[in-house]
Design a protein around this ligand. Structure first.
Ligand code: FAD
Length: 609
C-alpha cells in the first residue's frame, strides 16, 4: 500500500473540483486533485456555453476571486453575447459559447501549471475516517489500485457520477456522462458516515453533424459586435465569432412526442427522481405547455475543430428512433445526422443542509462537498461552490477562520446560503430573483465587491491586484474631475456629475466636455457612469441592507407564541417553536427557515399588541 500526504485532497476535476483545487493551492496548501480521467478535466457535460442570466454574474465573481472560469472562457469562447442589454445593469448577464475541447484543455493546463497542486489520474473508492472522542473525523481517501491519499481535508466534487444511471428510452447504462462510468464506493461511504442521500436527474439533447443541416431556412444569431470579456484581467476579446442558428419545433413534432410518451423514461415510470424545472426536456415541455405549438431550438457549434452542433432546447431521453424521427419533421434539420443521442442521467446527491456555509460537513469535520453533489445544476454554480470549499479547506488546514461572502456581497453568497439554509427539492440553478440585493450584485462590479477580500485571503496575484488598484484610482480621479467641472445648460451651470445623471448624457459626451476623462480606463469609466446614474436605487438598497442587519439583532420574547402566525408554513412554525431562537438572526439561520418566514415573523414582532 502506497501512502501520499497532502493538506487538501480534491476528488473530481469538473467545474467545482478544478476551482477548489486551484483556490486551495493558491493559498499555499499542498493539494492533490484526483480525477478518474485526465482527458476530461474541466469537461462540459452538456451545453458548450458559460454564463447566462445570473450565471454570468457568478463567473464574474469567480474571476474577481482569482478563479479560472472567466479567463478560460475568454481564451476559448467562440461567440459572446451580453444578455438583457436593454434592461438595467443589474440584469446584464454575459454568456459565451465555448470551443468545448479548447476550454477543457485551457482549464487542464492552468491546473498543471499551478504551484502546490498535483493533478493525478485516480479513481477514489472510499473515504477514510478515524473515530475520535468527538465522532468520525476524515483522514484521507482510498483510490483504486492499493494507494491512499492522507489529508486532514477532502473536497468531494463528483458531479453526476455517484451511483449514476443513464437512460435513452428503455435502454439503461451505468454512467454519469456518455462514454464514462459511475462511482459507487463513495455513495456507500457517505451513507456509512450518516449522510442523507437523495436522487436527482438531468438530461442532454442530441448533437448533430453540421454538414447535414440546411441552414438556408434557419434564422442566424450572431454574437455581439464588441464582445465583453468575462475576466477583469482582459479588456477586449479578439476572436472571429461564429454564429448560432435558431430552428423551431412544430405541431407534427409535438404529436410524435405525445404518441411516444409511454416510451420516455420520465413518463413510463423508469425515472422517478426530479429534474431541473427550468431546463425541461422536450417531452416535459410538450406536456407542461400543451397550448404552445412550437419551441425554439438553438443550434450551437461545439468548437472550431469539430462539426458537432449542440441542439439547445431539445433535451430528451426518448428512444433513438423517436429522436431520429423528431428531427425529420423540423425545418432545416430534415436530413440532420445525429452524432450523439440525447439521454437522461439519474444520480445521487447529498441534501446540502448537512453542510456549514463554508461547505464543510456538520458531522464529519474535514469533509467538504461542492458542485452537483450538493443538488445544484450548472457549471457556474459548481465553480462558485468549488472555490468556496477549496479556499476554506486550505484555511482550516492553516488554522484560520472560514470565509464566505454574504448575500449582499455576491451571488455565490446567495447560493451557499440558500443551499445550506433551505436545501433544495429540485436541481438548484441560480436566478437573479433569488438575490434580494441584485442592484448591488451586478456583473460589472464583481471585482469591487470581492477582489479586496480575495487579496486579503491570498487568492490573487500581483497583476490582478495592481490592475484593481489602478481601477479604483481611476474611478476616484474621474469622480473628482466630474464634480470639479461645470457644464452650461439652459437652466444655468451644473456640475459634471449632476449633468451625467441625465439619460441622454453618456461617457463620450462627458469626455468631450472634460477632456482629461479620456485618460480613464474603460472598466473604470463604466463604473463611474453606473455609480452616478443608478446612485438613487443603489443607495436605497444599501439602506435596506443596513436596515436588515439592524433588524436581525432584534430580540424575540421567549414567550412568543408562533402558533399566532397563521400565514406561516406549518413546518416553519414547528421548527421555530421547538428551537425558540433568541434573535431574528438566530431564527434565520435555522435550516429550512426562509427569508419569507423571517419577514412574517418580523411583521408579527413589530405589530402593535
Ligand atoms: P462534473 O463536472 O460532473 O465533474 C465531476 C468530476 O468528478 C468528473 O471529472 C469525474 O470524472 C470525477 N469523478 C467522479 N467520480 C470520481 C471518483 N470516484 N474519483 C475521481 N474522480 C471522480 N447543467 C446545466 O446547467 N444545464 C444542463 O442542461 C445540464 N445538463 C446536463 C446533462 C447531463 C447529461 C449531465 C451529465 C450534466 C448536465 N448538467 C447541466 C450539469 C453540469 O454538467 C454540472 O452541473 C456540472 O458539470 C457540475 O460540475 P461538478 O464539478 O459538480 O461535476
Amino acid at each position: 500500500m502506497i501512502e501520499y500526504e497532502y493538506d487538501v485532497v480534491v476528488i473530481g476535476a469538473g467545474h467545482a473540483g478544478t476551482e477548489a483545487a486551484a483556490a486551495a493551492a493558491r493559498l499555499g496548501a499542498k493539494t492533490a486533485l484526483l480525477t478518474t480521467n485526465l482527458d476530461t478535466v474541466g469537461q462540459m457535460s452538456c451545453n458548450p456555453a458559460i454564463g447566462g442570466v445570473a450565471k454570468g454574474q457568478i463567473v464574474r465573481e469567480v474571476d474577481a476571486l482569482g478563479g479560472l472560469m472567466g479567463r478560460a472562457i475568454d481564451a476559448t469562447g467562440i461567440q459572446f453575447r451580453l444578455l438583457n442589454r436593454r434592461k438595467g445593469p443589474a440584469m446584464h448577464s454575459p454568456r459565451a459559447q465555448a470551443d468545448k475541447k479548447a476550454y477543457q484543455q485551457f482549464i487542464k493546463h492552468e491546473i498543471e501549471l499551478q504551484p502546490d497542486l498535483d493533478l493525478r489520474q485516480e479513481t477514489v473508492e472510499d473515504l477514510l475516517t478515524e473515530t475520535t472522542p468527538d465522532g468520525e473525523k476524515l483522514v484521507g481517501v482510498q483510490v483504486r489500485g492499493d494507494a491512499v491519499y492522507r489529508a486532514p481535508t477532502v473536497v468531494l466534487t463528483t458531479g453526476t457520477f455517484l451511483s449514476a444511471v443513464m437512460h435513452t428510452g428503455d435502454a439503461k447504462t451505468a454512467g454519469g456522462r456518455a462514454g464514462e462510468g459511475t462511482t459507487t464506493g463513495i455513495s456507500g461511504a457517505l451513507q456509512r458516515l450518516g449522510f442523507a442521500i437523495d436522487r436527482f436527474k438531468t438530461g442532454t439533447p442530441a448533437r448533430l453533424n453540421r454538414r447535414t443541416i440546411d441552414y438556408r431556412s434557419l434564422e442566424e444569431q450572431p454574437g455581439d459586435d464588441q464582445p465583453q470579456p468575462f475576466s477583469f484581467l482582459n479588456d477586449t476579446i479578439d476572436i472571429q465569432q461564429v454564429p448560432c442558428h435558431i430552428a423551431m419545433t412544430n405541431p407534427a413534432v409535438h404529436d410524435l412526442i405525445r404518441a411516444n410518451l409511454h416510451r420516455a423514461p420520465m413518463y413510463s415510470g423508469q425515472i422517478n427522481s426530479r429534474g431541473p424545472r427550468y431546463c425541461p426536456s422536450i417531452e416535459d415541455k410538450v406536456v407542461r405547455f400543451a397550448d404552445k405549438d412550437s419551441h425554439q431550438l438553438f443550434l450551437e457549434p461545439e468548437g472550431h475543430h469539430t462539426e458537432e452542433i449542440y441542439v439547445n432546447g431539445i433535451s430528451t431521453s426518448l428512444p433513438r428512433d423517436v429522436q431520429d424521427a423528431m428531427f425529420r419533421q423540423i425545418e432545416g434539420l430534415q436530413n440532420a445526422q445525429i452524432m450523439r443521442y440525447g439521454y437522461a442521467v439519474e444520480y445521487d446527491y447529498c441534501p446540502p443542509t448537512q453542510l456549514w456555509p463554508h461547505l464543510e460537513s456538520k458531522t464529519v469535520p474535514g469533509l467538504f462537498l461542492a458542485g452537483q453533489i450538493n443538488g445544484t445544476t450548472g457549471y457556474e454554480e459548481a465553480a462558485g461552490q468549488g472555490l468556496i470549499a477549496g479556499l476554506n479547506a486550505a484555511r482550516i488546514v492553516a488554522g484560520k477562520s472560514t470565509w464566505v461572502p454574504t448575500r449582499d456581497q455576491a451571488y455565490i453568497g446567495v447560493l451557499v446560503d440558500d443551499l445550506v439554509t433551505s436545501g433544495t427539492d429540485e436541481p438548484y440553478r441560480m436566478f437573479t430573483s433569488r438575490a434580494e440585493f441584485r442592484l448591488l450584485l451586478r456583473q460589472d462590479n464583481a471585482d469591487r465587491r470581492l477582489t479586496a477580500d480575495a487579496d486579503q485571503l491570498g487568492l490573487i496575484e500581483a497583476t490582478r491586484r495592481d490592475a484593481f488598484q489602478q481601477k479604483l484610482k481611476d474611478i476616484a480621479k474621474a469622480m473628482e474631475l466630474l464634480s470639479a467641472s461645470k457644464v452650461s445648460t439652459a437652466k444655468g451651470d451644473v456640475k459634471g456629475d449632476v449633468y451625467l445623471r441625465r439619460p441622454e448624457v453618456d461617457w463620450e459626451v462627458m469626455c468631450s466636455i472634460v477632456p482629461e476623462l479620456g485618460a480613464i480606463g474603460a472598466q473604470a469609466a463604466q463604473q463611474v457612469v453606473f455609480d452616478i446614474k443608478y446612485e438613487g436605487y443603489v443607495s436605497r438598497q444599501r439602506d435596506e441592507v443596513a436596515r436588515q442587519q439592524r433588524m436581525l439583532k432584534k430580540k424575540i420574547p421567549q414567550t412568543f407564541d408562533y402558533a399566532t402566525i397563521t400565514a406561516m408554513r406549518g413546518e416553519a412554525r414547528e421548527k421555530l417553536s421547538s428551537i425558540r431562537p433568541v434573535t431574528l438572526d438566530q431564527a434565520q439561520r435555522i435550516s429550512g427557515i426562509t427569508p419569507a418566514d423571517i419577514a412574517l415573523l418580523l411583521a408579527y414582532l413589530e405589530a402593535p399588541s
